[in-house]
Design a protein around this ligand. Sequence first.
Ligand SMILES: *Cc1c(COP(=O)(O)O)cnc(C)c1O
Length: 428
Amino acid sequence: MGRGEELFAEAQRYIPGGVNSPVRAFRSVGSTPVFAARGKGAYIWDADGRRYTDYIGSWGPLILGHAFPAVTEAICEAAKNGATFGLPTEREVRMARLITELVKGVEMVRMVSSGTEAVLSAIRAARGFTGRELIVKFSGCYHGHSDSMLVKAGSGLATAGIPDSAGVPAGTAAGTLTCRYNDLEEMKEIFAAGRDKIAAVVVEPVGANMGVVLPAPGFLEGLREITAAAGSLLIFDEVITGFRVSLNCASGYFGVTPDLWTFGKIIGGGLPVGAYGGRRDVMSVVAPLGPVYQAGTLSGNPVATAAGLAALETLKNDSGVYRKLSEKGEKLRTGLASVFKNHGIEASVQGLESLATVFFTPAPVSSYDDAKKSDTARYARFWKSMEKRGILLAPSQFEAIFLSAAHSEDDIEYFISAADEAARAGEI
Ligand SMILES: *Cc1c(COP(=O)(O)O)cnc(C)c1O
């Protein structure tokens, strides 16, 4: 038995399923967890010393790669001066100012400790500001695990949200309506039925939790118009896209300005961080300025803020970083697409910038309904064939490949040639 297997056996005695977040169980590819021991740049080493090129990237935060020196130094330096005070610190001011400088439309920012917390807080602020209760989300979009966001696809106002998880009160789920991604017609119907009750529409401006699904041309603009006309707020959940698709986030990239934003992942530099922000008048409802309560013992934590600030400042000061990420993403997507085409494997390789997903579908995916048509057994075979060759992909069809600045051209070429070899060997 390897060390990883030993650890997993022991973990299952003390931790539900042996993991602290379900996707780490690797069940949907019929495997068991890779126990990580250390990481450097684009690589990780597991508990048995096996090296992988890592395309999970901790599910989004690691745009600079593992143990990026400036981030590691910032963490150590901050920790030496005290891990937490429960008092405001200078770096929180710098972080908030930097976000407002980089993201057009963000005038005020509140820091929290996870993406989940960012979204639930932004929703509370939206409800407090509008005095309305309903929230519309899109099926296939993930906004963290708060009760009101764990809601399955229903259709329009007629079908109130049905909880996607046990333990979510039906009454809570009923406050969340769902719409098909990229479907403005359905959104118009939802607003026709209840426009004066809808506090906000929350959307991933690039869907990245059902595999990577791009917003169709006009989709985000349409959401902006519909919400503005109804006096509802538009919330961009940029926990993945923020500072990944561009330094100015997805709102800057697509030129659509929501009322509120949520951030996480990259802004923590690998430590637990989230933030929400937006229009000054909306953010002014948050306590102690206004009546919407939201708080956190470790919010704006000095060590986490130092890590996030180091990451953001690196991204801001390296003028070529996004162009290079973009080129590598393009190279990977076109390379993989031609491998599958050459071997007669039905696949849609989608994404943009440093994000990608290989959907084993005959047609491009533009909604969760499309994504669900994927051949997940084939994805599991693909996953295993790559794992065998030292390439670590997300253990699910419905996740993203995350590239980092640390992935080299050679890493990308190796990935493409490994896929070609596996396809040739009939392993996919
Ligand atoms: C990861 C994610 C979240 C939740 O963030 P956590 O830090 O895991 O709580 C929310 N929204 C989106 C779009 C995410 O990808």
